[in-house]
Design a protein around this ligand. Structure first.
Ligand code: HEC
Length: 112
C-alpha cells in the first residue's frame, strides 16, 4: 500500500501561505502599518487600557485627532514629522474613531 507521507503537511502549509497573503492584502496600507508601529512603540504603554478613548472625547474630527497625536508625540519629545503624525492619526481613526471624512486628502483634491 502506498502512503504519501507529505500529505498531512499540505493543508497547514497552505493555510500558512493564505494567512501571509491575507496579511498583505490591499486595505492594510503602508501608512497604517507605519502608524501601528509608531503607536505601538511610543504610545501603547499608556493607552493599552483604552480608558481615555471613550470618556474624554477630545477627538471629534480630523483636526482634533491630528492635534492630539501632535501633542502627545511632542510630550514625549519624539519630533515626529507630518507623515508620522498622519500615519498614527490614520491608524487611530481606523482603530477607534471612524471619523466621517475617510480621507481628508480626497476632500482637498475635490474641485467644484
Ligand atoms: C504618559 C502616558 C501617555 C503617553 C506616553 C501617551 N498618552 Fe495619549 N493620552 C494619555 C492620557 C492620560 C490621555 C487622556 C487625558 C488627556 O488628554 O490629558 C491621552 C489622550 C490621548 C488622545 C485623545 C484621546 C481622546 O479620544 O480624547 C490621543 C489621540 C492620544 N492620547 C494619542 C497619543 C499618542 C499618539 C501617543 C504617542 C505619541 C500618546 N498618546 C502617548 C496618556 C498618554
Amino acid at each position: 500500500m502506498t502512503v504519501i507521507p507529505s500529505l498531512p503537511f499540505v493543508r497547514p502549509a497552505l493555510a500558512a501561505l493564505l494567512f501571509v497573503l491575507g496579511a498583505a492584502a490591499p486595505g492594510v496600507g503602508r501608512a497604517q502599518s507605519r502608524g501601528e508601529l509608531l503607536y505601538g512603540t511610543h504610545c501603547l504603554a499608556c493607552h493599552s487600557t483604552q480608558m481615555h478613548w471613550r470618556e474624554k472625547k477630545q477627538v471629534v474630527d480630523w483636526p482634533s485627532l491630528r492635534a492630539q497625536v501632535r501633542r502627545w508625540q511632542a510630550a514625549d519629545h519624539l519630533a515626529w514629522g507630518d507623515d508620522d503624525i498622519e500615519a498614527v492619526a490614520q491608524y487611530l481613526d481606523a482603530l477607534y474613531y471612524h471619523l466621517p471624512p475617510p480621507s481628508p486628502r480626497a476632500v482637498v483634491s475635490a474641485r467644484p
